[in-house]
Design a protein around this ligand. Sequence first.
Ligand code: NDP
Length: 446
Amino acid sequence: MPAVSDVLDLSSSIDRVNPGELYRSAIEEVAESIAPVIAENRQYQKSRVFDRLLIPDRVIRFRVEWVNDAGGVEVNFGWRIEHTNVLGPYKGGLRFHPSVTEDTLHFLAYEQCFKNALTGQPIGGGKGGSNFDPKGKSDNEVMRFCQAFMRELYRHIGPSVDVPAGDIGVGGREIGFLYGQYMKITKQRDGVLTGKPMGLGGLLGRTEATGYGTVTFAEAMLKHADDSIEGKRVAISGAGNVALYAAELAMEKGAKVVSLSDSGGSVIFDKGMSGSQLEEMIDFKEVQRGRLKDWSGNGASFHAGERPWGLVDADVALPCATQHEVDTKDAKHMVDRGVKVVAEGANMPCTHSARGVFHDAGVLFGPGKAANAGGVATSCFEMHQNAAHDAWTKQRSLEKLHGVMIDIHEQCIANAPMVNGVVDYGVGADRGGFVKLADAIVAMGV
Ligand code: NDP
């Protein structure tokens, strides 16, 4: 197999882009996976597809000014990174979190391009957001912020141009406020955002899609290894949209969910979470916007400031909180606690060295760009529904979601080498997505 240095001048490619730490690690990881594909294809080399994919089509950066409940003026950054529309309109979520920087969004937009390509849907890649922190803000403050954000964003988006969605800190409430403002400014009700509340053209099943898709992918990995998810102990991090619905489907499939977490700590359910506890938890987190430290449930214990991985035995781990939340130490904890399968519900929650621990231990590893692609695939169904002025049933969207996840699993298998006797899904996903993007870039000319 050719080394990266045989086919790419990676350091000058990276110097040209000057990425931050997160984007750099995403670029390096992809480069390692796809070097053999580039080595075999002279057209990819001649068209410089690797370098062309590193620089986004454009980066939109703007000021968001709004008034808080006390009458004070607040100022935040807003961004939209339109990475590539070679496969379809720019598509990717908006993240509202104080940690958001341009580097975070570059990395997320780049990953999104590969993920969206894997879904087989006609969507390009993008990402956006703000360093605004919705935590602790009143509904009115969140609404005023969303309206101010859209006052700038509306001129850059459109149903065939750029279709944003939710991500960390942006759920149905925020999408409703954003879309409401877009409709007022433009007079259009064209479905330009996905993840919309039902009354505004949302799709049944979109709320569940990312978490359900991650579990479907983990189940496919287990099946491919002649195993099943039934009866497995599943440790989950996060307690947001992805984590809660991953928990729901895992339990429906007969698995035991043994943990959830938020940035304050972890809740451990040593005997597995019950159906009624999950129902209460969804209301507690999604409606009451509570903190896990204030949640009390029978047979559950709270561990302040701790991640779940060292606290509980598990067969399957689903990191569903945020990027780089699983480091080497966490990965070793998982292996020591019995984990055999990891599927990333979040975007790149496992560091490069954590992935190395999984490889060495023969743990099956499903990367986020494959395992959490169900959310964006289902967002694309929402675009179909809106464009056709249709109303899909939940059954239709969930069946189609299942089909897409199985297809992504098959694409990974078809492109993945075996390492230490296990399928290298990380490489399979990178190669599967890259070939689609690269072929379209070649076809488009310069
Ligand atoms: P939510 O905002 O609904 O939930 C995020 C959860 O992760 C919260 O419980 C949050 O805790 C926790 N969290 C966030 N940052 C940290 C941190 N630094 N340390 C510990 N816990 C943290 O987001 P989503 O569930 O929508 O997204 C989760 C991940 O999945 C993200 O990586 C996102 O990019 C990815 N993703 C989401 C998709 C979607 O459809 N929603 C689609 C594909 C990927 P707290 O409330 O305390 O901050």
